[in-house]
Write a protein that binds this ligand. Sequence first.
Ligand code: CUA
Length: 319
Amino acid sequence: MMLAGCSGDRSILDPAGPAARDVAWLWWAMLSGFGLVFVAVVVAWLAAFRPRAHVERSPAEERRFSLRWILGGGIVLPGVSILALLVFGVPTGQRMLPVTLPGETPPQVIEVVGHQWWWEIRYPGEQGDVVTANHLVMPAGEPVEFHVTSADVIHAFWVPRLGGKIDMLPGRTNRIRLEADEPGVFGAQCAEFCGVQHTHMHLHVEALPREEYEVWLDARRSPLPEDEAHAQARQDFIQHCAGCHRVAGLSDGERGPDLSDIGSRATLGAGVMAMEEGAIARWLATHQSLKPGNRMPSHDDLEDETLERLGAWLENLTP
Ligand code: CUA
């Protein structure tokens, strides 16, 4: 089981940033420390079976003998172990603290809101927020401050290869700083049981070089171009989807994920299925069996033709 955690996009043993390296180091230190404790316990246990000559002790000597073991084994030894853990553990979280020292530039802020069962990502800006869902893009090589909260129940934001995790609580904003050494793609997962589809609450995290990040963000600030080829699909969208979903320049629904750049996402349903040709139509037709209990009403009242038209347009919808 431990070896299974050594690699992969959600491994704490394969750190890709300073905070995650601290966590991985602490993990190895704890494994070694507790390995030693385990060996010592086994040796003491085996030693107890060793035949020994009977020693005659007075009741007072017997009490002193027992007291020594209780004090040593029951208080001093655990005390030392816990103190060592404290000394190793306290500095570990420090890099993730949202503290800007005087003279330092405050880092980029990205807001993450947990929903049952998807992620809302907001990039605050002077001309309004850029909003995406289930796909977080961040600049690489610099600390980024995540302000996390929840719209319903308690979730937890965790990007194992970058560090964390931190609880997302309704009515409260928690802050954590993470940094990716290099551009790359990292898996993130809701790490607090939040309902039947907790496991289908995957977040795709992508770190880009600063310039590419700016280009990515600017594209999402510009209005989407007119799209005559998909006029009917856009009409269908306004009729069936716009009450819950936003598409920049077309609708302002806020109940479900913002779909303005759905075509650039890696997965559908927060990790339920890969985004590929025909995936959106399939998702719309069967999402309640693929992800039972999700908040989107079933769309089995719509014609296949309408679903396919909507899918074909949405799959390519990207700024
Ligand atoms: Cu959200 Cu578990």
